[in-house]
Design a protein around this ligand. Structure first.
Ligand code: HEM
Length: 447
């Protein structure tokens, strides 16, 4: 039976799209209809892959540590032909490191990795923490605060200071708005998407101008800053990056840093729904619990649903054929909620990460494998470092949670807390009609 193209379903179902494809694959196994019969199953009797069609192309879906190993081998899967134009024109940028393969990718990736030393990550986290304190100092007496918006501005300030990007105080809000738009608009058609395209155009032009100024000596920035490193980076052909590509890669440093606002807001959601984690965070003296909490936020809450590449050649996966040029999708959400890896996966439990190392192939909210040689996110230490710094500070803040919509719709990519998480700092006046905290039930359901 020919496979149906499910692109429209992806837009409608969001994070529920891949689970539905897995259920279909399981149904095929039950009916004995999948490929080579026995070979299409794992030892547990589960389907080894799911199949669909996406954007008019055959696609297979994989998950599990073996699948991560298989997917991140660039003799199996390459990226360049897999990324659709709408994602390049919003989230990543044309010519971004995400779209490169083999030696050219490794050379560009080296530039990112050189900015992710422990000292550099600590400096970024330090700038963001300073911006957090400055923001919190203005909250008292100001009334309700939308945490998502505040976190985006805090991270924008911190990331720009770290990167050497000059930013006037009054420019912080508009820049934060554009950077949020870039992340918010990649997974949906309509106004969110067009806002993201406009934001990319505006910000690439701005940053390309700054790169030009640094190269001409008209703008002086520290040698080790991201702006300086990207401006002087040489490609394998010995040429500097074209100013627009340099701007794309600068955005690929600051834009995902601001994306950590999603995780900060999810952290607040978790503290609210599982108050014991708030107590544990406030009692944590050496950061062990904070780190475990950061990993659990990244595992539990929905963000990147999958990553995609294209089969380099005809391949075999657990006895099943994957033909050259088929799309290969690695199911991030599915793997991060696989009970074989994470017992009781829909329970938020940071404890599961205490005394347990993170391997290259198990926890994959930011991709898997080796970040130096493959496409795994180089910013993982930044995301973990920021959460480790900000979640305990949030836990120790004195605030209440007014009535609001705290649902997280699984049909929206990227998912976010509907209200943005409104908190009322101690001392702020409660509007009479909304006074009193109400705790709605947790809204992250098994898919
Ligand atoms: C909200 C936190 C973040 C999430 C959820 C996230 C997620 C991801 C994912 C899923 C990938 C793709 C992996 C793949 O293609 O296999 C990726 C790649 C990437 N991320 Fe992140 N990331 C985050 C934060 C960061 C930060 C803070 C930075 C930099 C400061 C960063 C820079 C990048 C870059 C440059 C790539 C492309 C890597 C490559 O193609 O080799 N990310 N990220």
């Amino acid at each position: 039976m020919p496979l149906l193209d499910t692109t429209l379903l992806l837009l409608l179902e969001g994070y529920a799209w891949l689970p539905a494809r897995w259920r279909e694959a399981q149904g095929m196994i039950a009916q004995g209809k999948m490929g080579h019969g026995e070979s299409a199953q794992t030892e547990m009797g589960q389907a080894a892959m799911a199949r669909t069609r996406l954007m008019g192309r055959d696609a297979v879906v994989l998950r599990g540590p073996d699948a991560v190993r298989f997917f991140y081998d660039d003799n199996h899967v390459q990226r360049a032909p897999a990324l659709p134009e709408p994602i390049k024109s919003t989230l990543f940028g044309h010519g971004a490191v995400h779209t490169l393969d083999q030696a050219v990718h490794r050379a560009r990736k080296g530039m990112f990795m050189s900015l992710m030393t422990p000292e550099s990550v600590a400096s970024l986290v330090g700038e963001a923490t300073a911006a957090w304190y400055a923001a919190v100092a203005t909250w008292h007496g100001r009334g309700d605060v939308v945490l998502f918006d505040e976190a985006a501005r805090v991270l924008t300030r911190g990331a720009c200071r770290w990167a050497g990007i000059p930013l006037a105080e009054e420019e912080t809000g508009p820049l934060a708005g554009d950077l949020v738009a870039l992340v918010d608009g990649f997974g949906s058609p309509g106004p969110r998407h067009w806002r993201a395209r406009a934001a990319r155009k505006r910000r690439e032009a701005w940053l390309a101008g700054l790169v030009g100024e640094v190269r001409r000596g008209a703008l002086r920035v520290p040698d080790t800053s991201a702006l300086a490193v990207v401006a002087r980076h040489l490609e394998p052909d010995g040429e500097r990056l074209a100013p627009r590509i340099a701007a794309v890669e600068l955005l690929n440093l600051v834009r995902p840093t601001i994306a950590v606002s999603w995780f900060v807001t999810f952290a607040a959601h978790a503290l609210h729904h599982w108050p014991v984690t708030r107590v544990r965070l406030t009692e944590d003296t050496d950061g062990t619990y904070a780190e475990a909490f950061a990993h659990e936020v990244r595992r539990f809450y929905p963000f990147a649903p999958f990553v995609a590449g294209t089969a380099v050649k005809d391949l075999t996966w657990k006895g099943e054929q994957i033909l050259a040029d088929w799309l290969v999708l690695l199911d991030i959400w599915g793997q991060n909620h696989d009970p074989a890896l994470w017992p009781h996966p829909y329970t938020f439990d940071p404890q599961r990460f205490i005394g347990r190392g993170i391997g290259p192939y198990d926890l994959i909210p930011q991709g898997g494998g080796d970040p130096v040689t493959g496409h795994r996110c180089p910013g993982e230490p930044v995301a973990v470092g920021l959460l480790k710094a900000l979640a305990p500070r949030l836990a120790k803040l004195d605030y209440t949670v007014p009535e609001q919509d705290l649902t997280i719709s699984p049909y929206r990519i990227p998912a976010r807390v509907a209200s943005g998480f409104v908190l009322r700092p101690a001392g702020a006046a409660a509007p009479p009609e909304t006074a009193g905290a109400k705790r709605p039930r947790p809204a992250v359901h098994p898919l």
